[in-house]
Design a protein around this ligand. Sequence first.
Ligand SMILES: NC(=O)C1=CN([C@@H]2O[C@H](COP(=O)(O)OP(=O)(O)OC[C@H]3O[C@@H](n4cnc5c(N)ncnc54)[C@H](OP(=O)(O)O)[C@@H]3O)[C@@H](O)[C@H]2O)C=CC1
Ligand SMILES: O=CC(=O)O
Length: 290
Amino acid sequence: MEVGFLGLGIMGKAMAINLLRHGFKVTVWNRTLSKCEELVQNGASVGETPATVVKKCKYTIAMLSDPSAALSVVFDKNGVLEHINGKAYIDMSTVDADTSSKISEAIKAKGGYFLEAPVSGSKKPAEDGQLIILAAGDKALYEEALPAFDVLGKKSFFLGEVGNGAKMKLVVNMIMGSMINAFSEGLTLAERSGLNPGTLLDVLDLGAISNGMFKLKGPTMLQNSYSPAFPLKHQQKDMRLALALGDENAVSMPVAAAANEAFKKARSMGLGDLDFSAVHETLKVPDHSS
Ligand SMILES: NC(=O)C1=CN([C@@H]2O[C@H](COP(=O)(O)OP(=O)(O)OC[C@H]3O[C@@H](n4cnc5c(N)ncnc54)[C@H](OP(=O)(O)O)[C@@H]3O)[C@@H](O)[C@H]2O)C=CC1
Ligand SMILES: O=CC(=O)O
């Protein structure tokens, strides 16, 4: 199966390499061209523009940062739309339902096929082919994409009409963003009240609120180490989009709103490119001792 791949950030690079390792022919494009080099070393071809990639490949996957990037790659000059007639486009970026619908309608109007398929799971699951795929849109395209999804993920869901995949992803990340803030406050409270936060991690891990995220992020947060797996700026984007979904549906979400404020504060502190767990830094007391 020959696929195009647009967007070689943390996730896109890992996913495209995985496809190559499993025998897919992959043609890549990235806005910053130099990021294609490692993929070429792994056997990929390079397309000069999104349009070139779509022209060459029957299926093109995209993994881009946010709604503005997703729209730009489709609608701008040399974009996906130019050669989409008869071709399939699978957008795995985390965006809102409106963005996904705009892309879907434009692609279908030009005779193409569209599936949204955002993923749950971060850098390591992407490297290990253990993502959770939340697809919606063209059911026939979903079935055709399953060989690729089986390489990229451990489980795929088909959620019906375009927008449902985007909404599911935002709900999941809204919960995750709220949880990391509660966790961060707990670690800080333990430390400041004289407890060993390492012992807190052990206690949490044995109880009903044990979970993979606490296990993974707890030790690194205690070391103030935030090498980006999931960049904080993207988590804040997801909180913003989830809160907008809450607005549309008149769902009061005070916990998520507070978490969003913490991520905004972290961004204002220049932490946007670090891991989302760097939100922990917003609770640190400035040192005025010197
Ligand atoms: N990291 C994670 O753990 C997870 C991320 N996601 C989602 O996946 C998507 C990608 O995340 P991730 O790989 O971490 O992000 P990165 O920031 O590492 O990569 C973003 C990608 O988008 C490209 N891009 C940004 N703006 C534009 C633009 N205007 N035009 C064209 N390309 C653009 C970047 O290109 P360039 O290299 O030129 O900057 C890069 O390829 C996001 O929607 C994120 O929310 C979902 C699950 C997990
Ligand atoms: O979107 C991030 C993730 O970990 O899932």
